[in-house]
Design a protein around this ligand. Structure first.
Ligand SMILES: Nc1nc2c(ncn2[C@@H]2O[C@H](COP(=O)(O)OP(=O)(O)O)[C@@H](O)[C@H]2O)c(=O)[nH]1
Ligand SMILES: [Mg+2]
Length: 365
C-alpha cells in the first residue's frame, strides 16, 4: 500500500498594494513547475479588480464576478466594489473549497493571491471566513510580502511590522515574512533590526524626529521604544526570508520555511483548532439539551393542565398499517456534486437583487 500522501499546504499571500504579491505568486508558480518532477500548484486569484495576472489561476474570482457590474449594480466606488465582489464570492466559498479538496490528492501547494489593497482582505469578514475555511481543512501558512526598498526607514519598518503582527495575532497561523525585491534592496538591514534590539534603537535615534530641538527624546521616541519591545516578542514567532520575485533569488529558502511551517501548523494550530471545535460542539450540545428538556417540561405541564386534550392527542396504532404514513418524514438530500464542472459553480452577478428584498451588502464606512 502506498504511504499516505501529505496534504497540500495552502499559502495565503498578504501584503501592501504594490509589495509584489502577484509577481511573487507567479515566481513560486514557475519555481514549482520547474521542479523535478514538476509540481504545479493550485492557484486562486481573489483580486476581482486586477486587469492582468502574470499566472494562470485555477479558480479566478473574475470568472464569477464582474467587478464593474458590481460597482454599477450597488452604486459603489472601487474599494466598495472590490469588497462587495469578495463578499459575493465568499458566499460560494464552500464550493471553491470542494473543488480544492477534490484536487488535494494530486497537488502539493494551494496558493491564494489576495486583492491589492491589504485591508480588504485582512479587515473584512470575507477575508476571515476564507482564511478560517481553508485553515480548518488544510495546513495553511501566511506569506506576508514586504516591499523591502520601501521599508528602509525605521519608522516605516516598524509600522509595517506592527501591521504584520496584528495579522499574526488575528489569524494565529504560521507566518513567514517575505522581504521581496532584494534585487533592488538587500534585506540584511531588516534581519539585523529584528535580531538586535539595540541596532534598531540606534537606527531610530539616528533617524531624527525622535529628539526635539533641545536634543531631548520626544514622545515619538518613547512610543517607538515601547513598540519595539512588543515587536521583539513578535519576531520570536516567525521566520523571515529575503526573495526577489524578479530574479527568483531566495525562493528555495521560502519553500524550506513553508515546510517548517507545516509541522508548526500540525503541532500548534491544529490541536488548538480541534480544541476550539470541541468546546463549540459541547456548548451547542448543552444548549440543545437544555432547550429540549425545557420543551419536554412545557409539554408535560400542558398535558397536565389539559387532560381532555391530552387524552385525545395520542398515537393511533391503527395508523401503523398505513404504509405511506411515514413518507412525509423522509428528507431527500440530493448530491449533485458529480454533475458539477469547473466554472459552472457560480454566477452571482446574475442572481440580481430584487427591489423588495431589502438586501444591503456591507459597505466600508
Ligand atoms: N525589482 C523588483 N520589482 C518587483 C519585484 N516583485 C514585484 N515587483 C514589481 O512591483 C510592482 C507591483 O507588483 P505586484 O505583483 O503587482 O504587486 P501586488 O499589488 O502586491 O500584487 C510591479 O511593478 C512588479 O514588477 C521584485 O522582486 N523586484
Ligand atoms: Mg496583485
Amino acid at each position: 500500500m502506498a504511504e499516505e500522501k501529505k496534504k497540500p499546504v495552502v499559502i495565503i499571500t498578504i501584503g501592501m498594494a504594490g509589495a509584489g504579491k502577484s509577481t511573487f505568486v507567479q515566481r513560486i508558480n514557475s519555481f514549482l513547475h520547474s521542479q523535478n518532477p514538476p509540481s504545479p500548484p493550485y492557484i486562486l486569484n481573489l483580486d476581482p479588480a486586477v486587469t492582468h495576472v502574470p499566472f494562470e489561476p485555477n479558480i479566478d474570482i473574475r470568472d464569477t464576478i464582474n467587478y464593474h457590474e458590481v460597482m454599477k449594480e450597488y452604486n459603489l466606488g472601487p474599494n466598495g466594489g472590490i469588497l462587495t465582489a469578495l463578499n459575493l464570492f465568499t458566499t460560494k466559498f464552500d464550493q471553491v473549497l470542494e473543488l480544492v479538496e477534490k484536487r488535494a490528492e494530486s497537488i502539493d501547494y494551494v496558493i491564494l493571491d489576495t486583492p491589492g489593497q491589504i485591508e480588504i482582505f485582512t479587515w473584512s469578514a470575507s477575508g476571515a471566513i476564507i482564511t478560517d475555511a481553508v485553515a480548518s481543512s488544510l495546513p495553511t501558512v501566511v506569506a506576508y510580502i514586504i516591499d523591502t526598498p520601501r521599508t528602509t526607514s525605521p519608522a516605516t519598518f516598524m509600522s509595517n511590522m506592527l501591521y504584520a503582527c496584528s495579522i499574526l495575532y488575528k489569524t494565529k497561523l504560521p507566518f513567514i515574512l517575505v522581504f521581496n525585491k532584494t534585487d533592488v534592496q538587500p534585506h540584511e538591514f531588516a534581519v539585523e533590526w529584528m535580531q538586535d534590539f539595540e541596532a534598531f534603537q540606534a537606527a531610530l535615534a539616528s533617524h531624527g524626529g525622535t529628539t526635539d530641538d533641545e536634543g531631548e527624546p520626544t514622545y515619538m521616541n518613547s512610543l517607538m521604544n515601547s513598540m519595539s519591545l512588543v515587536l521583539d516578542e513578535f519576531y520570536k514567532h516567525l521566520t523571515a526570508v529575503g526573495v526577489s520575485s524578479m530574479t527568483g533569488a531566495g525562493i528555495k529558502e521560502f519553500f524550506d520555511a513553508v515546510e517548517a511551517s507545516r509541522s508548526e501548523y500540525e503541532k500548534e494550530y491544529l490541536p488548538e483548532l480541534e480544541r476550539a471545535k470541541k468546546a463549540r460542539d459541547e456548548q451547542l450540545e448543552a444548549v440543545k439539551q437544555e432547550s429540549m428538556s425545557r420543551m419536554m417540561k412545557d409539554l408535560e405541564l400542558d398535558r397536565a393542565q389539559n387532560p381532555g386534550a391530552a387524552a385525545r392527542d395520542q398515537w393511533d396504532p391503527s395508523r401503523e398499517e398505513d404504509e405511506d404514513a411515514d413518507e412525509d418524514l423522509d428528507i431527500n438530500i440530493i448530491d449533485r456534486s458529480d454533475e458539477r464542472w469547473p466554472g459552472q459553480y457560480i454566477d452571482v452577478t446574475r442572481a440580481k437583487r430584487r427591489d423588495d428584498e431589502g438586501v444591503s451588502w456591507p459597505r466600508p464606512g
